[in-house]
Structure formats: C-alpha cells, structure tokens
Design a protein around this ligand. Structure first.
Ligand code: TYM
Length: 334
C-alpha cells in the first residue's frame, strides 16, 4: 500500500481549544508535506485521558479536531487523518515499549513534571508513561520524520532512544525518526506572560488566541498583549513580548523576522499590535470558513473517519505483528 515516499507522523490532542501556537507550530507546517512524505496525522485521544475528560466533550472535540485538520488544508485523500483510539495497535505497542523504557527516563520528562504539578490529585500511571505511547504512535508507522513544536523535543529524543534500544536487541525493527521543527512559530508564547508557552490549558483567556476566535476577539487580545517599555520593535531576547509578536506576524505573513523589524522601524507598539492582529485574522479566516462548511457535512467526515482508520490499521498492524514475533509472542493460528 505504501509507496517509496518517506513516512511522516504527527498528532495533536483534542483537549481544550486549539491555539494559534498549535497552528503555527504544527498544523500550518503540515500542509503540503504530503507531496514529499506518506503522512499520518492522528487525533491522539488515548493521550487525552491521562487528564480527566468529560466523555461527551472529548468526543465532540476529537471530531472537531479531525475536521480542523481538513479545514487547515490537509487533503484526506493524500494524508491519513484518523483517531488514535480506532487503531488498537497504539496501545499494544505502547505496552511492549513500556518494557523497554526506564523509570529514570520517564522521571526526567519536563512535561510530566508540569502536568503532575497541575493535576496533583490525579498523577496516574498513564500520565507517567505518556511518552512511551507517543513513541508507539511514531514507531508503529515506521516514521522517518515527526514535525512538532519545540515543547515535544524531549519526547522525540526518548522515542529515538527507545527505538535504538529495541533495535539493538532485535535487529532493525524500527526506523529511527528525525524531528522536524518549523523555522518560525515553533514556540509561540503566551500573550500575557511571554516567557511561558501559549497553551490550551491557560486559565487566562487573553493569554491565548484560539483557532476559532472571531476577528474582534483576536484584535482585542493582540492589542492587550503584554510588551515592555523599550518602545522599539526589535527581535531580541530582552523583549520577549515583542519578539513573540514578531514571530506570530512572521509566521502568519511568511516574512522573515528581520524584514518585520525593518517594516516597523520607527513605528509604535500600538500600530504593530494592530498589524499583528490583522495578520492573524487573515491567516485564520480560510480555516474558519472551511471548518463551518465541513462541519455541516456529517456523511463526508464519517467517510473519512472510516476509510482512514482502515488504512492506519493496515500499516500499524504490519509493524505490530513484526514486533510481536521479535519479542517472542506465539504466532496466530488461522
Ligand atoms: P499538543 O496537542 O500539546 O500540541 C500539538 C502540536 O502543537 C505544538 N504546539 C506548539 N507549537 C508552538 N508554540 C506553541 N505554543 C505550541 N503549543 C503546542 C506541539 O509541539 C505539537 O506539535 N504529545 C503531543 C501529541 C502527540 C504527538 C505524538 C506528536 C501524541 N503523539 C506523536 C507527535 C508525534 C501533544 O500533546 O501535542
């Protein structure tokens, strides 16, 4: 079924509302990669339940995310867009990989530490072994490349280590994946605390721009973005708020940060924030419009869910059977 193209895997959680960070750091970069790679993009709902979820809301959000994938420009004929929970191989391989991952490695994961601090009443084993499930996602498809934002780097390094460890014992079973980080937008920061990553779970609604925010809301959030008293639009660490706005503008318009600095030389922060807001509104408008249309077409989305789950299952099962044989599980009797 697969052709000669290299394989690419990535995924997103359907938890909370998607932010501009998710879009600029990941989704936007995914579009068009299918010309070069055989692409798999999962809605990773198994990962979502490491934090308590309302079942009805989770189901709605998962469908919304899958629809957003298409609305953002991922052609479901050329990209495999599917729910992780529809392919049981993810959980099965994750179990096997758990037996090849050390507690010490998982203990070092900064995302685990952050999430454990946030959900102190529910530090479950799934939250701890989250990175091995992520490794399973990637290795199941023999992915060569994994495009993500910077916050996922540590998990990707662990995936490579676990894959290499497994290969060292059983031969070349897994492809060792490379991480692909976009040039701009790989770490979009909070609009209110620019030293913190823009996050779906931020309690301050002004900190994040959500993909479905209307133009007025986007403009208001940009105008309220925290900056500094330097008064100059420069791309440097000492001005994290302005630097973040330059990153956002640059990712939305395709201009390089140096060009943005030139364009706004001598202009005030007020003007710049308006320009950033307008750039975000224009970048999100096509996605929002397409989403509105697509979400009405239940039969079309259902068809994609079914066909793509079958394709993902086919590919995943091939790797899973190979791994099961390697570790010594008995062959199936037909
Ligand atoms: P998630 O759902 O938190 O984020 C999805 C993608 O968005 C990127 N991202 C950002 N990029 C730039 N700036 C930000 N502020 C920002 N916030 C999020 C993330 O880096 C990610 O690429 N564990 C993963 C999902 C996952 C996955 C995988 C990814 C599960 N299995 C296998 C790749 C491969 C997660 O929670 O991403």
């Amino acid at each position: 079924m697969l052709n000669e193209k290299k394989v690419l895997f990535s995924g997103m959680q359907a938890t909370g509302n998607l932010t501009l960070g998710n879009y600029l750091g990941a989704l936007k970069n995914w579009v068009n990669l299918c010309e070069e790679y055989e692409c798999f993009y999962s809605v990773v709902d198994l990962h979502s339940i490491t934090v308590r979820q309302d079942p009805t809301v989770l189901r709605q959000r998962a469908r919304k995310l899958l629809t957003i994938y298409i609305a953002a420009g991922l052609d479901p004929e050329k990209n495999c867009l599917y729910y992780q929970s529809h392919v049981s191989g993810h959980a099965e391989l994750a179990w096997i990989l758990n037996c090849f991952t050390y507690m010490g490695e998982l203990n070092r994961m900064t995302q685990f530490k952050d999430k454990a601090a946030k959900h102190a009443d529910n530090i479950n084993a799934g939250l701890f072994t989250y990175p091995t499930l992520m490794a399973a996602d990637i290795l199941l498809y023999q992915a060569d490349v994994v495009p993500v934002g910077i916050d996922q780097m540590q998990h990707l390094e662990l995936t490579r280590d676990v894959a290499q460890r497994f290969n060292a014992v059983y031969g070349d079973v897994f492809t060792i994946p490379e991480v692909y980080i976009g040039k701009v937008g790989a770490k979009i920061m909070s609009l209110q605390e620019p030293l913190k990553k823009m996050s779906k779970s931020d309690e301050n609604p002004n900190a994040s721009i959500y993909l479905m925010d209307d133009p007025d809301t986007i403009m208001r959030k940009c105008k309220r973005a925290v900056t500094d008293s330097e008064g100059q639009i420069l791309y440097r660490e000492e001005q994290p708020g302005i630097r973040n706005l330059i990153d956002i503008y640059s990712a939305c318009t395709g201009k390089k940060p140096e060009e943005v600095v030139k364009e706004f030389d001598g202009k005030g922060y007020g003007d710049f924030k308006v320009a950033v807001g307008e750039a975000v509104v224009s970048a999100l408008r096509p996605l929002q419009e397409r989403y509105e249309e697509l979400s009405k077409d239940k039969a079309y989305i259902d068809g994609i869910i079914k066909a793509n789950a079958e394709k993902a299952n086919y590919v995943a099962t091939k790797t899973l059977r190979k791994v099961q044989r390697k570790v010594g599980f008995p062959d199936r009797v037909r």
